[in-house]
Design a protein around this ligand. Structure first.
Ligand code: KMT
Ligand code: NI
Length: 180
């Protein structure tokens, strides 16, 4: 339900997979080195899922809502699709649990290369505060995602460059401590 790979640098449709040739997959361990957490959960039973409950309790994810991204459902659909795909960061974690459909979360690695993280039904990911990233639907054009947050949500995107923000500096410092 979660797969990741390095992207090519073509300017084709953002909804295409954009694999390199040959394909270069990225492991979940490598994503974890970038501070990205992920789980595989039972999306048909998210209302009663004990595993989700445990994650929410241990990480303090008190807030939940849903975003349903498809042309019929989302006001200003095209405009929002564009803004999701602008490279940005947040001052808090971006926590998304895909309960239907699928989409691509693109994240920058330590060398600023794009990694495309394909999240499908049952996949939950946490992007750390301060990581540069963007989002796009894939060619199925549909995702329903649970959005979680610690306390009152702050969704503000800071488009790149926003390198002076404390969240950015703190994110980069997590690598320094590990010696690389
Ligand atoms: C975001 O912050 O980019 C989004 O909420 C995108 C959609 S969540 C699947
Ligand atoms: Ni974001």
């Amino acid at each position: 339900v979660i797969q990741a790979w390095y992207m090519d640098d073509s300017n084709e449709d953002q909804r295409l997979p954009h694999h390199r040739d040959p394909k270069e997959f990225v492991s979940l361990d490598k994503l974890a080195e970038l501070g990205i957490l992920s789980w595989r959960l039972d999306a048909d039973n998210y209302e009663t899922d004990e595993e989700l409950k445990k994650i929410r309790e241990s990480r303090g994810y008190s807030y939940v809502d849903f975003c349903d991204i498809r042309p019929e459902k989302l006001p200003n659909y095209e405009e929002k699709i564009k803004s999701f795909f602008e490279e940005h960061l947040h001052t808090d974690e971006e926590i998304r649990y895909c309960v239907a459909g699928s989409g691509y979360f693109d994240v920058r690695d330590k060398n600023d290369a794009w990694i495309r993280v394909w999240v499908k039904k049952g996949g939950m990911i946490v992007l750390p505060a301060g990581i540069y990233h963007r989002f796009t639907l894939d060619s199925d054009n549909y995702i329903k995602a649970m959005r979680l947050f610690v306390g009152d949500p702050i969704w503000t995107p800071f488009n790149r460059p926003h390198d002076h923000l404390p969240a950015r500096k703190e994110y980069l410092e997590t690598f320094v401590e590990k010696g690389d």
